[in-house]
Design a protein around this ligand. Structure first.
Ligand SMILES: Cc1ncc(COP(=O)(O)O)c(C=O)c1O
Length: 438
């Protein structure tokens, strides 16, 4: 029997009845269920950092746009698979105004969340060349992308970028590309889970090698504009959201509306295919698709059989949000900046109490404050730490499921933590530090 911030006996019983051998090895959803049960049994509120879901209300402009569209009757009509014209126009404007890149409207496609964009892209990219059968993940990364590969029966390889920042990235990437097996590369930027952001130099390296080896780069911008060290919120004005699109014309961008516009529930995202890739022809595609042209095969050969397009009313919601952002009437970055403020306070509380930030720099700059951060505690593995933190009312996930090689690392998500919980967080971390002297 021990004195812990959350009643020791109750936590122990709940872990036992959950059937989990170890909290540290449980999936995100298993941890969620366990913590729900402990909270119900004890009446204590946890510092819940396990799930990466928006902690803010949805963008009002979007909700209004969607309601208006529903009232006009769009629910009865199938949307065009390639997306409604007004949305395609606003996506193209959005990438011009916030990334300073030119993409024709035809390559701007709505998808059922970024998740579907990834699924569709993986399906096609694995079929471009007979001899190329592998996707390369620059990890750590979002575990569901690997799950998509597994269900599709597709091969992938990966490496943890921790030791390959800056110029070192070139040699590492080239070692994979030169095998002739890699058709595409995926990374998220800012990165889920580590919140590292590639520098311009790194994006340039990735872009140059993509062109040299004719490899497609999938850039996952699920956290668009959320590197709050710079202000990417002004349409048409530098600085712009950094992107590999500046350095190669062989790319697909996934821009999610889930976090940037807090619109996760409506499952709508954007897939932006470069003009060059959209028009590129791959004879190998003809085995599965009606056309060898990448863009045509994506729309009529992939998105069509997957879901016949994206929810009609959600497309209007996204059109309204993008138009407002493009016209300078909606500062979508400002709306989510609180994630960064919370991360700043939380990281301080953790590091003042013996914890360390695992992915702590972008080469020579401290990492940004944002949606996620990673931490560890000296002398403890991630599994041991997660198992122990439950007794202190703190829940999170291990980095091991993200392809990270940092065995001590934990991912913390800032989104659901309320400012009035910082007092609890501080006292629990102080107690943890006292109980586990370094
Ligand atoms: C890196 C990354 N990619 C993609 C997604 C999924 O985005 P969407 O909700 O648009 O499907 C997420 C969601 O957490 C994510 O973190």
């Amino acid at each position: 029997m021990r004195e812990t911030p959350i009643d020791f006996q109750t936590v122990k019983e709940k872990i036992k009845s959950s059937g989990l051998n170890s909290v540290g090895r449980a999936s995100i959803r298993e941890i969620k269920k366990l913590v729900d049960e402990i909270e119900n049994a004890t009446g204590e509120r946890f510092i819940r950092m396990e799930m990466g879901i928006p902690g803010l209300p949805p963008s009002e402009v979007g909700v209004q746009g969607q309601i208006d569209a529903l009232k006009k009757g769009v629910a009865a009509k199938y949307p065009d698979i390639q997306g409604i014209d007004v949305l395609k126009k606003e996506i193209s404007r959005f990438v011009k105004l916030f990334m300073d890149i030119d993409v024709r409207e035809e390559g701007c496609l709505p998808t059922v969340g970024s998740m579907q964009g990834g699924f569709a892209a993986f399906l096609m990219l694995s079929r471009l060349f007979e001899e190329r059968d592998t996707t390369l993940f620059i990890d750590p990364g979002f575990p569901v992308h690997k799950m998509q590969h597994r269900v599709l029966g597709l091969k992938f390889d990966s490496f943890d970028v921790y030791n390959y920042r800056g110029e070192k990235l070139r040699e590492k990437l080239e070692s994979y590309f030169s095998t002739g097996k890699i058709h595409s590369v995926l990374y998220s930027n800012p990165n889920n889970p580590s919140w590292i952001c590639f520098t311009e130099e790194e994006l340039q390296i990735i872009g140059e090698l993509a062109t040299k080896y004719n490899v497609v780069i999938m850039e996952d911008l699920a956290y668009f504009g959320m590197d709050f060290r710079k202000d990417y919120s002004k349409p048409g004005l530098a600085p712009y959201q950094p992107t590999v699109a500046k350095y190669t014309d062989n790319y697909i961008l996934f821009i999610s509306s889930s976090k940037a516009f807090s619109y996760a529930g409506e499952r709508i995202g954007m897939m932006v295919i470069s003009d060059n890739l959209f028009k590129s022809r791959f004879e190998n595609l003809l085995e599965h698709y009606p056309s060898a042209e990448f863009g045509y095969a994506m729309v009529f050969g992939t998105l069509y059989p997957l879901s016949s397009g994206t929810s009609h009313s959600a497309q209007y919601a996204l059109t309204a949000m993008l138009k407002a952002a493009n016209d300078g009437e909606l500062n979508f970055v400002e709306e989510v900046i609180d994630y960064g403020k919370k991360a700043n306070i939380m990281k301080k509380l953790f590091t003042e109490n013996g914890f360390e930030i695992v992915y702590h720099t972008d080469i020579d700059k401290p990492i940004a404050d944002g949606f996620y951060f990673t931490f560890s505690y000296p002398g403890m593995s991630a599994e041991e730490l997660l198992d122990e933190l439950v007794y202190y009312g703190i829940s999170a996930i291990s980095l091991l499921i993200t392809g990270s090689e940092r065995e001590e690392g934990i991912r913390a998500c800032t989104s659901l933590i309320q400012h009035d919980q910082f007092g609890d967080l501080e006292s629990r971390l102080i107690k943890f530090n006292e109980d586990h002297p370094i």
